[in-house]
Design a protein around this ligand. Structure first.
Ligand SMILES: [Zn+2]
Length: 283
């Protein structure tokens, strides 16, 4: 797509959503993986601590309709840079992908509410979703999560019991992290090779435990979706390479709709994060 047509498309979409009220409601503090979870771990940064961070919420409510599917078709481009991760040892902690490609990544956690509209919406827009699930919700309905991840997504460990890992021994952390990956593997042909720590809290033992069972990154996030709105950690729009956190809750359909509109406005594609974080050769 040429820059000119892209610009025209962006203006057209902007016109379509003109009249939407945008309010900057100011700074507030949220806790990681809570109702409005934001974690402050940086890309390739230090292991996350039990943190909260100050963010600015841009309360842009999207239209109650969906954007045209033509605005979110998957584009093809030389993807990169692709992160090379060692095949063994402590894996990195990542909250955004360092790329200039016009892509963002959707991640959905926990699994407690299973809205039947969500897999239909993701299929309609061909959106890959990277899921981080716990044992109880996953085993309640594995087929539902398979359908949610069917557009190029994956199902990954979020621990078995959604416990705070930093309170556990290294062996117990490994049981939580790798045990959940094993459970996924019993139901899916290939379990995902990423991991998210509950509450955005991890330490070096977490990274080592994850690396011991075929996981190659601990994933945090750089923007969140709650109550049908996008919450940015930086600025008032998505950044290329942003990892976006949301949850299987009653607001998930509205959250994805908000993300689709924002991606259409900014000319971004929701891409498979595994394209940028592949398994090491032979991994
Ligand atoms: Zn969680």
């Amino acid at each position: 797509m040429s820059g000119q047509s892209s610009s025209i498309r962006s203006r057209t979409i902007a016109a379509m959503i003109a009249g939407i009220t945008t309010l900057i409601v100011g700074a507030f503090v949220v806790s990681a993986c809570g109702r409005t979870g934001i974690d402050s771990a940086g890309a390739f940064g230090a292991p996350g601590q039990n943190t909260s961070t100050t963010v600015v919420e841009t309360t842009t409510l999207p239209p109650t309709t969906l954007p045209p599917t033509t605005t979110t078709t998957t584009a093809a481009w030389p993807k990169g840079p692709v992160l090379t991760i060692p095949a063994a040892g402590a894996v990195p902690v990542i909250s955004t992908i360092a790329t200039a490609d016009p892509v963002v990544f959707l991640t959905i956690d926990d699994g407690n509410v299973r809205d039947p509209r969500v897999p239909e919406l993701l299929a309609q827009f061909k959106v890959p979703a990277t899921l981080f699930l716990n044992q109880g919700p996953f085993l309640t309905d594995p087929d539902y999560f398979f359908r949610v991840s069917a557009s190029g997504g994956t199902i990954n460990s979020h621990t078995k019991s959604h416990t705070q890992l930093t309170r556990l021994s290294a062996a117990s952390q490994r049981n939580e992290i790798c045990g959940m990956r094993d459970i996924i593997g019993q139901h899916m042909f290939v379990p995902g090779h990423l991991f998210r720590a509950p509450y955005g809290v991890s330490n070096g033992a977490t990274q080592t435990a994850a690396g011991s069972c075929g996981i190659n990154a601990v994933l945090y996030w750089h923007a969140a979706l709650n109550d049908g709105r996008i919450q940015y950690q930086q600025g008032n729009q998505l950044q290329p390479g942003d990892i976006i956190l949301t949850h299987f809750r009653s607001d998930l359909y509205d959250n994805i709709r908000a993300l689709l509109w924002q991606c259409a406005l900014q000319g971004l594609t929701i891409a498979p994060i595994e394209d940028y974080l592949p398994l090491p050769a032979g991994g």
